[in-house]
Structure formats: structure tokens, C-alpha cells
Design a protein around this ligand. Structure first.
Ligand code: M6R
Length: 612
């Protein structure tokens, strides 16, 4: 997730770009850059200074001459390190064309090979730069910037929101989108583009939210929108009356709700470009070769909190698909228990931040013991990503709410992708099953999108259980870590007592505390253990607990056994946790809001824990 901005026709164009980038920083801050049109010349500044990137950019551009047009970018790296060379805007060979991009160009490698063969020099390690060079070629052929961009976009696969400018048409900026968000607006002789409304809200309140596959020509005070087939369309304008804070949250009340809603996109981005058209899996920086993968005879996943739960969910899939034994360790315990490690062990750290000190130390301990190491993380170039032998990035975008939501589902999806890759290399999964599992993974985006929209049923249940204070979350199989995560979310933001338990373990102790007033949330979605789960439900009901059941659509028979029910679309048992987590997140959210708490900043917690 990156942020882009552009303006033409404003005397203070550079300030508009820098102010907009500040507002877009939440979308990424690995680096920031601007390119402006100065006397028919493109002038560019780029800074890779982590969280300080935009501030440093403002500093280095102080005193620059007045310009009327430019584009800007704040980066959340997905391809290539977060350094200055990979920072946007990217230029073509002549330096007369500049481009910013948010998204992922899936076929960048093959396009780059063609461009290099035709004499272009690509200087960065990004998926984006190919676009600048393709447009450069087509601009020579067509003589029109908008036409060159339109034709270039016909050659790419993937997601994009772009802004392009060229010295050939110095007042013009061309923008386009597919999947990645893009809005345009105009006011007082100037035209603007941005990834979201807050970036330009101080300049205009009249915006157009572009649809997929639309391309826009921005001139000072004039905007023409076309479909990518070239046909002009009349865009639907919108007047924004939110204040800036509401706009930053995209109109949502808080970041947690926004991030829950972003989960379908987080899944789609994590999978994007990683399943090749022939069905095989392409992992960007998976630097363990096939022989190393074949030699692995034990996998240990190490993680904390929600990432630990993501790893636990993945264990079920890993073992079934790869037939390699998988242990999942709480990172803070791992290195103190003298684990058995050798060169055939693969230690996988799972950490959205890539910085949790316990997980970092656990991965280091794995390496010291001679194991191969890898990390699954959301933050490019985080300490763990730099130190591990291999890395697989989730692409959920920055997560601002302390309670993790979208990064948890993205970690599960990334780990499952990795499990399928390992199974494929080792030949432990037949072709038909492999394809079936890949298809199931790909269907999760749609299932989660559907589940997110069903918040009203969850809110009604949360309101109905009133002021309960004790909660048990029960699950079996992959539903067990789902239950653990449901309980963690609830206690973390609502400060209520909640425990996650495997359903079958109940009668070995915890039943003693089940009594009227206690709420049991049971994962009773499909799978071979559903009947056993329902027997556990009967056990708690007979002791007076109030039961909330998570059940598959249409399973009225199971639903009838709870006091309340939450319906979810069904999915194969190994993949079900990804969408079952959504109502659990919403449940915690509604209870916390009902108790008047700030869900984004819960007490006693930090987003990244860097002390042991
Ligand atoms: O950045 P990490 O994934 O390593 O963080 C691990 C935990 O601190 C984190 O998942 C924590 O449990 C969250 N607050 C959960 O919402």
C-alpha cells in the first residue's frame, strides 16, 4: 500500500504535494518523493528516511522555485528495498517522464526483459519502473501522453493507481486506476489526484472516485475521464462534508473498523502475482532452493500474540499438505527451552511488525542452532526480514489499530501459500488437491468481503448479551486457534475476561467455572468435528452458559442449538478461520464500543513490543 498525489494548475503545487503526502503517510513511509515540472523540465527529489521521509523531503525542497504541476508518492515497499533508488517517482530513460504508482505490476519481470532487450536502462528493483519505460516508447509512437498511458496499461497485469507527467505536455497529468484506489478533484483552476480524499480535502471538497479501468487527463481546472477502451464517461462527482479526521479514517469511526473492512484487499494483495497462470506458486524473496526445502524434516514456527494464532492456524494446513511435523512455539518461551535444532530444521518467525523482540530473538536462536530461518512479515526490510535466510511479505498495508486484524488474516494466507509451495516442491500433494487448495485460497477474498458486510447480525448479538463479563471461546481443529484469537481480541480491547479453549479439553477442568452468566462462543462451522463441537455446546448449556454459535449459512439445525447465532459463508475447514475471524473481530469491537472504549488505543498495549 502506497500513497500517490498529483496537481496541475496551482501556484503552490509543491506545498500541495507535500501536505498531501503528510496525510498519506499512514499508507506507508519507507520513502517519499516528488517530481515537479519546472520550466519544461522534470525535477525530482526522493528520500528514504523511514518515518521521517516526508518531513525530510519538505526540508530538502525548501527554497525550490514556484512550480504549477507535479506528482508525489509515499512508499510501502513490496518489491525492492526501501531505499532511494527504489523510491518513486520513477523516470524514463530520457528523464522527461515521471511516474508514481500504488499497486503491484504482476508481469513486471517479463516486461522488463523486453524493455532491456529494446535498449532501455532500468535502474530500480521495483515492479513500477517498467511502466515509465513502456509509456516512454508509446509516447514516441502516439505523440499523446494519455494515449501512451492507455496503451501501456493494456500491456500490464495487476493492480495500479498511477500519476504520470511528461515534458511533452507540461500542464497535463494522466492518472488511471485498476483495483488500487484513486480520486480526482478540481477547484479554482487547479486539478488534483490522490489515493484518498484526506490528501486533497484542504484544497477541494468536490471529488470523483474513479472506477476500475478508468483513465483521466488532468489539465489546470479541467478533468476528462475515459474508460481504458478510450470512451469518454461522465463521472459521478461527490461533495465531501467530513472533517479531516473522519476522512483519514475513510469515513469509518476508527482505524480498527477500517482495517477490518480492508481485509479482502489485504488477502488479494498478499496473493497477487504469487499464483502463476500455470498454477505454480511464485514467492518473491524465498531464497531457500528446492534441495534445501526437500531436506527439511521439521518446521518450528515462532510468534507472539495474534501472530502466534496465525501460525497455529497454518500448522494444520502445513502438516496436511507437506507431511512435515510442525511445532508452533510462543517466541518468548522458545529459546529458553533448549529446542532441538539442526540444519534440517526450518524456523519460521511470524510477525506483522518484523520487530517483536521475542520473535526476533527466537529466529536468531534458530539460526544459531544451525536451522534455516525465514520470516513472514508485513514490514519490508524490518529487522527480521533483513536477518532471516528467506522472507515472505504479507501485503496488508500499514496497520494502525493496536489490535491486529488485517495482518492476522494476511499472515494466515501467506503461510498457507508457503505451505502449498513447500508441498509442491516435495511432491507431497497431488496436482488435483494442489489446484483445489489454491482455488480455495483465492476464493477467500470474496468470502471475507461477504462476511465483513454482515456486521449488523454481530452487533445485535453483542448488544443482546448485555453486560456479561466472562467469555469462553471454543473451537476444534483449525477452529481452536480461531477461538484463541477471538478471545484475545475481546480481552485486548474490551477488558473483559475471555479464554480460548479446545472444545474437547473443556471437561478436563474449565467446565468447573461454567455457570449462568458465562458466555460461550463456539466455532460450529463445517468440518468433521462439528458434531463433537455441538456435544461440547450441550455440556456448557446444561450448566447454564449462554451460547453464541458461529455456523455456516443454511445450517439451521446447528444454529438451533445456540441461544444466539452468527451465520458465515462456508469454506473448507483449513481455510475457514480466515473468514470466521471476521465476526469475532466485530464482536470484540462492538462490545468494546458498547463499553465506551477507544478500540484503536487499548490500555496497557503497544503495537510493537520491543522489550522482553
Ligand atoms: O508484530 P508482531 O506480529 O510480532 O506482534 C505480535 C503481537 O504483539 C501482536 O500480535 C499482538 O498480540 C496484537 N496486539 C494483537 O492484536
Amino acid at each position: 500500500m502506497c500513497g500517490i498525489i498529483g496537481v496541475t494548475g496551482a501556484a503552490d503545487a509543491l506545498d500541495i504535494l507535500l501536505d498531501g503526502l503528510e496525510r498519506l503517510e499512514y499508507r506507508g513511509y519507507d520513502s517519499a518523493g516528488v517530481a515537479v515540472m519546472n520550466d519544461q523540465e522534470v525535477v525530482r527529489w526522493r528520500i528514504a528516511d523511514g518515518t521521517q521521509s516526508v518531513a525530510t523531503l519538505r526540508h530538502v525542497t525548501q527554497g525550490a522555485p514556484e512550480v504549477h504541476a507535479g506528482i508525489g508518492h509515499t512508499r510501502w515497499a513490496t518489491h525492492g528495498q526501501p531505499n532511494e533508488t527504489n523510491a518513486h517517482p520513477h523516470l524514463d530513460c530520457s528523464g522527461e517522464l515521471a511516474l508514481v504508482h500504488n499497486g503491484i505490476i504482476e508481469n513486471h519481470a517479463e516486461l522488463a526483459a523486453g524493455l532491456v532487450a529494446r535498449g532501455h536502462t532500468l535502474v530500480s528493483v521495483t515492479d513500477t519502473e517498467v511502466l515509465a519505460h513502456l509509456i516512454e516508447e508509446l509516447l514516441v509512437e502516439t505523440g499523446s501522453l494519455v494515449e501512451a498511458v492507455r496503451q501501456a496499461l493494456g500491456l500490464v497485469r495487476g493492480a495500479f493507481a498511477i500519476g504520470v507527467m511528461s515534458t511533452r505536455e507540461p500542464d497535463v497529468i494522466v492518472a488511471a486506476r485498476r483495483i488500487s484506489p484513486l480520486i480526482v478533484g478540481r477547484h479554482d483552476g487547479a486539478s488534483f489526484l490522490a489515493s484518498d480524499i484526506p490528501a486533497i480535502l484542504e484544497r477541494t471538497r468536490d471529488v470523483v472516485i474513479l472506477e476500475d479501468d478508468q483513465i483521466v487527463e488532468l489539465r489546470p481546472g479541467a478533468i476528462v475521464v475515459r474508460n481504458l477502451d478510450g470512451k469518454e464517461v461522465t463521472p459521478r462527482a461527490m461533495h465531501v462534508d467530513w472533517d479531516i479526521e473522519a476522512a483519514q479514517k475513510d469515513g469509518y469511526d476508527d482505524y480498527m473498523t477500517k482495517e477490518i473492512a480492508e481485509q479482502p484487499r489485504a488477502i488479494a494483495d498478499t496473493l497477487r502475482g504469487r499464483v502463476a497462470p500455470n498454477g505454480s506458486i511464485v514467492l518473491d524473496r524465498f531464497e531457500l532452493n528446492e534441495d534445501q526445502v526437500k531436506a527439511v524434516n521439521k518446521i518450528i514456527m515462532v510468534a507472539c500474540g495474534s501472530s502466534f494464532h496465525a501460525a497455529l492456524v497454518a500448522k494444520y494446513a502445513f502438516e496436511r499438505w507437506t507431511r512435515i511435523p510442525v511445532e508452533v512455539d510462543i517466541a518468548s518461551e522458545f529459546r529458553y527451552r533448549d529446542p532441538v535444532l539442526d540444519s534440517q530444521t526450518l524456523v519460521i518467525g511470524v510477525s506483522q511488525s518484523g520487530e517483536s523482540v521475542d520473535t526476533l530473538q527466537a529466529v536468531r536462536h534458530g539460526a544459531e542452532g544451525g536451522a534455516a530461518t525465514m520470516v513472514v512479515t508485513n514490514v519490508v526490510d524490518s529487522t527480521m526480514a533483513r536477518e532471516a535466510d528467506a522472507v515472505l511479505y504479507t501485503r496488508a498495508g500499514p496497520e494502525i489499530s493496536v489490535a491486529s486484524t488485517k495482518t492476522v488474516v494476511a499472515s494466515i494466507v501467506a503461510l498457507q501459500l508457503l505451505g502449498l509451495h513447500i508441498a509442491r516442491v516435495r511432491g507431497s500433494l497431488d496436482d488435483a488437491s494442489f489446484q483445489q487448495e489454491v482455488a480455495a485460497l483465492q476464493s477467500l477474498e470474496g468470502l471475507v468481503a461477504e462476511t465483513v458486510t454482515r456486521d449488523a447480525q454481530v452487533k445485535a448479538v453483542a448488544e443482546a448479551i448485555g453486560d456479561a463479563r466472562d467469555f469462553f471461546f471454543l473451537g476444534r481443529h483449525a477452529g481452536y486457534p480461531t477461538a484463541l484469537e477471538g478471545a484475545l481480541k475481546l480481552k485486548e480491547i474490551s477488558y473483559l475476561h475471555a479464554e480460548g479453549y479446545p472444545g474437547g479439553e473443556l471437561k478436563h477442568g474449565p467446565l468447573a467455572v461454567i455457570e449462568p452468566g458465562c458466555v460461550v462462543v463456539a466455532m460450529a462451522t463445517g468440518g468433521p468435528l462439528k458434531e463433537k463441537m455441538l456435544s461440547n455446546v450441550a455440556e456448557v448449556k446444561s450448566r447454564g452458559a449462554t451460547v453464541i454459535l458461529l455456523v455456516d449459512d443454511g445450517d439451521d439445525e446447528a444454529a438451533a442449538q445456540g441461544d444466539y447465532r452468527i451465520f458465515v459463508p462456508s469454506a473448507p475447514e483449513l481455510h475457514a478461520p480466515v473468514k470466521d475471524l471476521v465476526p469475532l473481530q466485530q464482536f470484540a469491537y462492538f462490545l468494546a464500543r458498547g463499553r465506551g472504549f477507544n478500540v484503536d488505543r487499548p490500555r496497557n498495549l503497544a503495537k510493537t513490543v520491543t522489550v522482553e
